[in-house]
Design a binder for this molecule. Structure first.
Ligand code: BES
Ligand code: ZN
Length: 625
């Protein structure tokens, strides 16, 4: 029988000397977790080739050097592994990695790559035995690796985006959210740049371009992250700080100056923060998302720097993932709503606690509108995609990144809050995070957990209707209503203005916060006359706004109404900013209004600046693949 580490510890406890004669010396000398890792209740993940029930990684030592000239990461990934009885191989996920050599416990072995599959890449199979302890893979990443964006120019910058299944394009890994491991890294980068990871981070640039990292809490591979650039650090609180390029560091330190308050509010809601520090890195504008919850170091788009802290809900969101997602992790991408729905709910609660209910209800109202629009759209094409629980097998998990996971998920949690009352719901969530910390959750186990710990009477179950919310289409009838008086006033103002009952000069634009401006602009009728848009623009200089959410809403209307005076701004925005949430509606609006030529000519200039996540979507939208 295989001797597990537990056996050894047991023997150790009795008589240390005995060890030498038990064969335990061929067991790992570094701590490994026990059998529980292999037995962990993971749902089958169709987006990974790994078979954790045979052999699973527990720790990564990553040694890498980053070459901007060739756009290659040359690295060795050495993994501590845990094997089950009779294990003969360990499987990793890879996409376009050049595997140079592989050793198992120091011995060179013959590895093999399996056939390539759409979206998920190839399995890397490495022969092991049940007593194998360590697998080391020397490899290089491809210059067009999907996770990586190499930004050229005077200020070279590299960043990764691993979620959902792109970690395998820069590190061979068991790329499934249910598999967690700790990591250490040693990274060499060009002198004059700082390397940062989802780990302990430097606050000063090193003189020789070498950096060391430690992530002592086990994380899934989609939270592996690296950024390299000429950035500076500024502390904004005892556990919080920002990194940004020198030109943005002051603005970033102001914009995110309330991060410590957000962190304290989050801890007061749902228990202690498990990752010691919470820092934020401002990425180049090509970053394809608003934010990414890389542990200890959120990656964020610079488009949330508005100068007035008006877009910090995004920080609350990424911070909330430190619990929902990073601590309790969706088992597969079909359970993505467990990450994002919980996070939107938690985000709203943080916002309410720091900025008050009026602000959080405005946000909830906007989220409701976005949800209703998206449900309508998806119901036409793929109604099953409006279920919380998804079926993404043989598809890109990216398809699951819709308002369903986020906002239907949010309203489902809000319904439960309303049904059981806030205090019991908060106690439930706090307990949920605590008792499932550093493990995975899938939809079915969550339902069981809910039935045991929250919805434990027939009345409660009937009031919520889990079946309709989780496995049913659209928005169930018992969806909670949100009301925001301020948003209702905006709607009334818009109606009056549209009908000519209110003069442009009488619009309370300057008293409005961003949420109100956004609501007004995004609900303008399509095909507004150029005169009317020009009036608005002249009165409030909207084309020049520094708030990118407001600008985005304006540009979409400008496109839909073919308001040419904003097209220069449209083009410069699309060429500079690679955030997919902005790109998709803008390019789509161009296509839908017979301005495809313009879309294509802008895209030709912009595409080299975009990340693969964005080009994937835009290529499809513009019919280029
Ligand atoms: N984890 C997501 C980003 C993500 C999801 C990347 C799926 C890849 C695959 C992140 O937390 C997120 O939700 N970002 C949002 C911001 C938010 C405020 C809704 C974004 O980037 O727009
Ligand atoms: Zn999120």
């Amino acid at each position: 029988m295989k001797k597990t580490l537990l056996h050894c510890f047991g023997i150790l406890g009795i008589a240390a000397l005995f060890i030498a004669f038990t064969g335990c010396q061929d067991q790992p000398t570094t701590p490994r977790r026990n059998q529980a890792i292999l037995d962990m209740k993971r749902a089958t993940d169709h987006h990974s080739f790994s078979k954790p029930e045979e052999a699973v990684v527990t720790h990564l030592d990553w040694n890498a050097s980053i070459d901007f000239d060739t756009r290659v990461i040359a690295a060795t990934a050495r993994y501590a592994i845990q094997t089950s009885e009779g294990a003969k191989r360990i499987l990793f996920d890879v996409v376009d990695l050049n595997i140079l050599d592989v050793t198992v416990d120091g011995q060179v072995v013959e590895w093999a790559l399996g056939p390539k599959q759409d979206f998920i890449g190839q399995p890397l199979s490495i022969p092991i035995g049940e007593s194998s302890q360590e697998v080391s893979i020397r490899y290089e990443s491809a210059p067009d690796a999907g996770a990586l964006l190499w930004v050229e120019g005077e200020q070279p910058f590299l960043f990764t985006q691993s979620q959902a299944i792109l970690a395998r394009t820069w590190i061979p890994c068991q790329d499934s959210p249910g598999i967690r491991f700790t990591y250490n890294a040693h990274v060499q980068v060009p002198v004059g740049t700082m390397a940062l990871m989802s780990a302990t981070n430097p606050t000063e640039q090193s003189l020789d371009g070498h950096y060391d990292f430690k992530m002592e809490q086990p994380i899934p591979s989609y939270l592996l992250a690296l950024a390299v650039g000429n950035v500076e650090f500024r502390s904004v609180g005892p556990h919080t700080g920002v990194y940004a390029v020198p030109e943005l560091i002051d603005a970033a330190a102001y914009e995110f100056g309330e991060m410590e308050q957000l962190l304290v509010a989050a801890e007061n809601l749902y228990g202690p923060y498990a990752w010691e520090r919470y820092d934020l890195l401002v990425l180049p504008p090509a970053f394809p998302f608003g934010g990414m919850e890389n542990p200890r170091l959120t990656f964020a788009t610079p488009t949330i720097i508005a100068g007035d802290r008006s877009l910090v809900a995004l920080v609350a969101h990424e911070l909330a993932h430190s619990w929902s997602g990073n601590l309790v992790t969706n088992s597969t991408w079909d359970d993505f709503w467990l990450n994002e729905g919980f996070t939107v709910y938690f985000e709203q609660r943080i916002m309410e606690s720091v900025y008050g209910r009026e602000i959080s209800e405005m946000l909830a109202t906007l989220s409701y509108q976005g949800l209703v629009d998206e449900v309508d759209e998806i119901m036409d094409t793929n109604p099953d995609d409006t279920h919380l629980k998804l079926h993404l097998q043989n598809r890109n998990p990216d398809d699951g990144m819709t308002a369903i996971a986020y906002d239907k998920g949010y309203f489902f949690l809000r319904l439960m809050e309303k049904t059981v009352g806030r205090a019991p719901f908060d106690a439930f969530l706090k307990n949920y995070f605590e008792s499932n910390a550093f493990t995975v959750m899938d939809t079915e186990r969550f339902i069981d957990y809910l039935k045991t710990n929250l919805l434990n009477t027939d009345e409660l179950l009937a009031a919520v209707d889990l079946e309709a919310w989780i496995y049913g289409p659209g928005l169930p009838e018992n969806c909670p209503q949100v009301r925001s008086e301020r948003i209702e006033n905006v709607d009334a103002t818009l109606t009056a203005w549209t009908h000519g009952d209110l003069a442009t000069s009488a619009l309370p634009w300057n008293e409005w916060v961003y949420q109100e401006r956004y609501r007004f602009l995004s609900n303008l009728e399509d095909n507004m006359s150029s005169e009317r848009l020009a009036e608005l623009d002249a009165a409030f200089q909207i084309t020049q706004t520094g708030n990118n959410e407001v600008l985005f809403a304006w540009l979409e209307q400008a496109v839909r109404s073919q308001y040419a005076p904003s097209y220069e701004r449209l083009e410069s925005f699309l060429v500079r900013v690679g955030r997919r949430k902005f790109l998709t509606p803008l390019y789509r609006a161009l296509v839908e209004t017979d301005q495809k030529d313009l879309a294509e000519s802008i895209y030709a200039k912009a595409r080299p600046n975009y990340h693969s996540v964005a080009t994937g979507t835009m290529d499809e939208l513009l019919g280029l693949n």
